[in-house]
Ligand binder design. Sequence first.
Ligand code: BG6
Length: 513
Amino acid sequence: MDEAKAPLRIIAHDQFCVEKKSQPCGFVIYGASGDLSHRKLFPALYELFKNSLLPAAFFVIGFARKPWSETEFRQEVAGTLGSSEDEAQKAGEFLERVFYCQGDYDSSEDFGRLAGMLRDLHERFKTRGNMIHYLATPAEVYQMIVAGIGKAGLTPHNTAEGPWSNVIIEKPFGADLVSATALQHAISEHLREEQIYRIDHYMGKETVQNILMFRFTNSIFEPVWNHQHIDHIQITMAETLGVEHRAGYYDCAGALRDMFQNHMFQLMSLVAMEPPQGFDPQLYRDEKVRLARSLRPIPEDRLDEFVVRGQYGPGKVDGIDTAAYRNEAGIRPDSNTETFVAMKLFVDNWRWAGVPFYLRSGKRMARQTTEIAVVFKSIPHSIFPQISANQFSPNVLIFRIQPDEGISLSFEAKHPGPKLCMATLKLEFNYKDIFREEPMEAYERLILDCTQGDQTLFVRQDMIEGTWGFLGKIINRWEAGPGEGLVPYPAGSWGPEASRMLIEKDDRRWIGE
Ligand code: BG6
């Protein structure tokens, strides 16, 4: 598009750029033969390496049970990098820094061997003894791994002089408040909070980070960001995918644990939190926790008024016939696991008094989209006798997290011409059109932050406890009665009818369907 005609132009570039330096370190990836390592971690490390964002001094050890030789492991990793032929040399340089340690998570002997390997590689690559341990295994072995590396002397407490040792822990961090607290208790025998990086990959997404920048670097939005001007807020995370190859995990977790306790509440906290005093890891996370603590508990005896729980049946997604959840490979044929949740929430504080937050997330939905819609109040009075105030469309600010990342703001305007006709228009900002670059992949960003000792985008234990605490009543109720409240929806739809009712009974409707 001709830049002069573009609806939005960059008028000042890079006014303020902060770039921190990564420190030399060795990575150990536990669960190196698993899906996450293959799909996300090795490609992310390679991208960072290729773009010279990793420290010059670094190496990677894959730790897993598979009896691979170093050569076999490097071949495996090579297959995940997606590098083209002209990148062969770069990929080769990366692979020269990749090593393998075969071991069992309950074997102190194997962790002892790992410690020996780390000593040699730190010496060879001049990584000063700094380490990142990435737990990419099933959650059941987290405790065992932390105990194993702790006892092998691989988690020295961080000091200013170094060396340091940080541990990245994938979700799920516990399956409820009790197990999350127990896990924390166990790992804190070996780790201090400043060493624990609980990852939520949504926090690494460019569009998610921008929510905070948008709110707190523009003076025109904050004055209207409250119950006086905002009618309600919607957050939708819809996926067209089903459970894919993760049936074992998903059928035990379900949508509430898989998406709400983490991604959904993280997004909600960014939209609703108070401005932190500074962009400092503790101050920023303090505000998120304060928000989590302000969530109004859902009355247990009126759960159905606030929460909808669905499971997909057969249907068509993108025109293709799709099996019911219970017929997917690896899913129990009588499974009562939910694949969809919608929820109406309130935040009990001055800013959000009386403003409902409608949240929904599901698999096998009509379209893949993650977006946040901030719906402003209708105008208070119509100057036109023919139309009442609430017949004008309210202003809606949308953060499109993915795909088609961007922001839009709708407003009313007069349609040109002799008649008095109103139209609803949109101001649109699309990341790719404007910045013309691909956003950094979430895992790359978060791994980079960990090499820089920056915990800002990682989740603190009190947030984990706040969200599990809030969800406890729902979990208990659902676990008490098999299939409690579970309603079906056709694959390829926007979820069960009850989800539509949840919002329409309040005279509102889901946006974007
Ligand atoms: C993961 C969930 O955390 O996030 C998956 O376990 C889900 O079930 C995924 O599909 C969605 O992430 P993204 O980045 O593809 O939106």
